[in-house]
Write a protein that binds this ligand. Structure first.
Ligand code: ADP
Ligand code: MG
Length: 359
């Protein structure tokens, strides 16, 4: 479903309501009101688009000056852009390009769309950088741990994990001009750790093509902003409190021409025999990552990269993940649980710099 609202519409309706009220009070007031209405109409219009996609929600806000006209069908174009990515990259849709790649066992490279190739390239780049902490070939593990499309009766046994682990290795994938080659026919991929961020980038590309200078795009919590919300006011983006019981803002940060993605184990997890299993899986051990980090947020110009790094840091853990982010000057905020309700923040130097630059 797609919903469109405009601040301009709301302000016109408000003005008419006030006019009707004042008619009853006399002409002097009408004059006063007209003056106040004309000064209250903002010099810009905010257009909002929202809907459901990729098993989550999306929201797009575009700020236009009063002179600019929103091209017709913008909302539909945004939705179509997101639907296309979902249709290519979903592991929940059996006819998606990714599902077909996963079912394919041939030796020849599997031809893929421009978009799927691009997400393979980004994922493989981050996999190499992070020593395979981010590894899209994790799909068979995601499935046996019950975080894929199929439900499970109980967590897998040690033997099952060891067996499945043989088919998880990003180095068994080659990106060739003709397509994507599997060196092991059992390789199956999952783009969930990068696809939402990638989808945000694709919508931003569409908005850039329309020369919009001020916008915010959000898909399932991964965000990208350009310009300002209002003249002189930057976009303020919230980071969720990393708890499962409620949805509230832990802190908000100002962003300009950047993306921010957050990974955490506070929403997507289950408890089996008093043990918590989270959806971030360590491709080296085959097991869900321990719960030492509540969430990691990463800022990057590209939302796909921010998304990929955030997942990688969850997997790398407190020490290795933080060290990697610090050494590579990546703005990242690690949030650790102190107890059930209290958390400790650890920002990298690059994160602190961004915060300070907007103070
Ligand atoms: P979210 O989808 O909640 O934003 P992430 O971006 O961290 O969280 O993506 C987590 C999803 O990515 C998991 O649900 C799983 O499908 C997949 N995944 C889990 N572990 C890994 C990993 N080590 N590398 C790549 N993908 C992973
Ligand atoms: Mg991610």
């Amino acid at each position: 479903m797609l919903t469109i609202t405009s601040d301009k519409d709301k302000s016109i309706i408000e003005s008419i309501k006030k006019l009707l009220l004042i008619f009853r009070c006399g002409e002097v007031f009408i004059l006063l009101l007209l003056v106040s209405c004309s000064t209250r109409v903002p010099p810009y219009n905010l257009f909002s688009f929202s809907g459901d996609i990729m098993g989550t929600t999306y929201q797009v806000k575009i700020i236009l000056s009063k002179e600019q006209i929103l091209p017709e069908g913008m909302g539909e174009k945004i939705h179509a852009c997101l639907s296309k990515i979902d249709q290519l990259m979903s592991t929940y849709k059996l006819d998606s390009e990714l599902s077909q790649f996963n079912q394919y066992k041939g030796e020849a490279p599997f031809p893929v769309s421009k978009e799927t190739r691009e997400i393979f390239e980004i994922s493989q780049e981050i996999a190499k950088q992070t020593g395979g902490a981010l590894d899209i070939t994790v799909f068979p593990l995601v499935e046996i741990w019950g975080f894929g499309p199929k439900s499970i009766e109980h967590p897998p046994t040690k033997e099952q994990v060891e067996e499945i682990l043989k088919n998880v290795d990003y180095q068994k994938i080659e990106i060739l001009p003709e397509g994507i080659k599997k060196q092991n026919p059992e390789i199956q991929c999952d783009f969930s750790a990068v696809a939402k961020g990638y989808a945000v980038d694709k919508v931003a590309e569409l908005l850039d093509e329309n020369s919009f200078a001020n916008y915010m795009v959000e898909v399932g919590g991964e965000v990208r902003v350009k310009g300002e919300k209002y003249p002189g006011t930057l976009w303020n983006i919230g980071i969720e409190r990393p708890v499962s019981m409620e949805r509230s803002t832990f802190l908000a940060i100002k962003l300009k021409d950047q993306s921010m993605a957050t990974s955490g184990n506070y929403r997507n997890f289950y408890i089996w025999e008093n043990k918590k299993y989270s959806h971030e899986i360590d491709p080296h051990t085959g097991y869900p990552v321990p719960n030492t980090i509540a969430s990691v947020s990463v800022i990057h110009p590209s939302c796909a990269y921010a998304d990929a790094y955030a997942t990688a840091f969850m997997v790398m853990g407190r020490d290795e993940g933080f060290r990697f982010a610090e050494e590579n000057a990546i703005p990242a905020l690690f949030i650790y649980p102190m107890n059930e309700t209290q958390f400790k923040e650890q920002p990298t130097s690059a994160w602190k710099q961004i915060i300070q630059s907007f103070k």
